[in-house]
Design a protein around this ligand. Sequence first.
Ligand code: FAD
Ligand code: NAD
Length: 476
Amino acid sequence: MAETSFDVIVIGAGPAGYPCAIRAAQNKLKVACIDEWKNYDGSYAFGGTCLNAGCIPSKALLESSELYHRAQVEFAAHGIRAAGVEIDVATMQKRKAHIVKTSTQGITGLFKSAGVTALQGHGRLLAGHKVEYTAADGTKQELTAKHVVLASGSSPMELKSVPFDGKTVVDSWGALEFTEVPKRLGVIGAGVIGLELGSVWRRLGAEVVVLEAMEQFLFIADQQVAKEALKHFKKQGLDIRLGAKVSGAEHGKGGVTLHYADGAGEKSVTVDKVVVAVGRRPFTTGLLGTDTGIELDERGFIKVDHECRTGATNVWAVGDVVRGPMLAHKGKEEGVVVADLIAGLTAEVNYRTIPSVIYTAPEIAWVGQTEEQVKASGRPYKVGSFPFMASGRARAMEAPAGFAKVIAATDDDEILGVHVIGPMAGELIAEAVLAMEYSASTEDLQRTIHAHPTLSEALHEAALAADKRAIDFPNK
Ligand code: FAD
Ligand code: NAD
């Protein structure tokens, strides 16, 4: 590599790092982005967890498994007889691999067209915002930069009592690579990954037991939504056991026996494969040299202020490696904002309007506060809900489950939170995000024309229901 001096060096090319590098280049800065991600076959790939082992491959399998499920269970209601529907896991995995490859190669192309120097290998921050770059062949080089952005992401948490072995006990990446449908699958953790990947393999025919330590299901979501979700997941055959504290795993000829305790005492369940999905931790292994001035908090996150500045001059950190939700779009926004701040532009991340989506069926999506949070804040509020069973479009789609819910302040009508469980919830929530970004009131949503018949009318009607003015459903 001829060039060793840059305006900005970004370490990590996941959804936080690569947009940061591209935006910095758009801002006419000289940029390098270093990434060490290696796939199971040893090949380097940009895109980080999200593109290689997270968002994209999981959604590819969710889509395939949902289509299989529909063909088997839902087509009949449409008057379509689909006898002998079969799955071919190898083709499903091949399709997924192709989508991943196209996405990660796309980043190489984006770097090229933006003029970002793309470096595959390891980056280590040194004192004085310098970076040591170790290339694939082991050669080391010291690079200088005016600014360094750390975007090293996160890695799965391991349970000491049920350690990964890469074959029977796997992390989320391993669970995306199964070559056949396990007969019995144990999932530890009923969080986002547990529910999404549990759904994939359940729909494809596995008996799925989900062991969740907490008594409360989906504590991060609005509890009315969580209750509705639990009802649907149980109906789909996900055996979700709450308050289950796993104490160990015993490997035997008949599978893996997971031992756990719940309110009723000691229990066990035997399965063929186990996915451990109990959260992720910030990844900083090998990232920081000595005297860099970077501080980690008690959970290992790089400490940053509201603008993602670390304690070290001209060193920034974004994405999963810093506080806040571990979401690709949160990291992307931080990366873009930091690149703009470095260029002297005005920019900020609105942490109050980061949407969350769980890509199960029905989908779950929300933005802003849950009803429990609004209640706890003491601010007087009103709620409007609209069930999808009253939506003509949802009924036409044979997808009438769930509802949209709008929570707003009573005093000034400001929308405080929007929660959707139902068809395409992840797409519908974008309207609520935009509304909240512009501090919209329920009246703004009420007076916005929504096309008919669309699923988005559910949001419209929920906003109307907040003032007991819904048209298509009786007001309570
Ligand atoms: P990462 O994506 O982890 O990227 C960090 C990159 O930095 C990696 O490529 C890593 O190899 C590299 N790196 C680390 N240290 C160094 C170093 N010293 N030198 C060089 N390179 C280094 N989020 C969503 O918003 N929507 C979803 O649908 C979704 N689905 C998910 C499904 C699964 C199964 C998983 C596991 C996660 C999912 N996530 C989802 C979360 C999402 O993947 C993360 O929030 C996101 O990838 C974080 O981006 P990041 O850039 O901070 O880190
Ligand atoms: P999570 O934090 O969403 O859920 C972990 C779950 O495991 C929690 O319910 C927790 O109570 C439970 N748990 C913890 N320790 C346990 C134990 N010992 N036994 C049983 N249960 C235990 O974490 P995750 O599902 O691993 O996902 C990691 C991150 O990836 C999340 O922050 C999430 O935001 C992100 N992600 C996002 C998406 C999406 O946006 N659709 C999809 C997948 C992952």
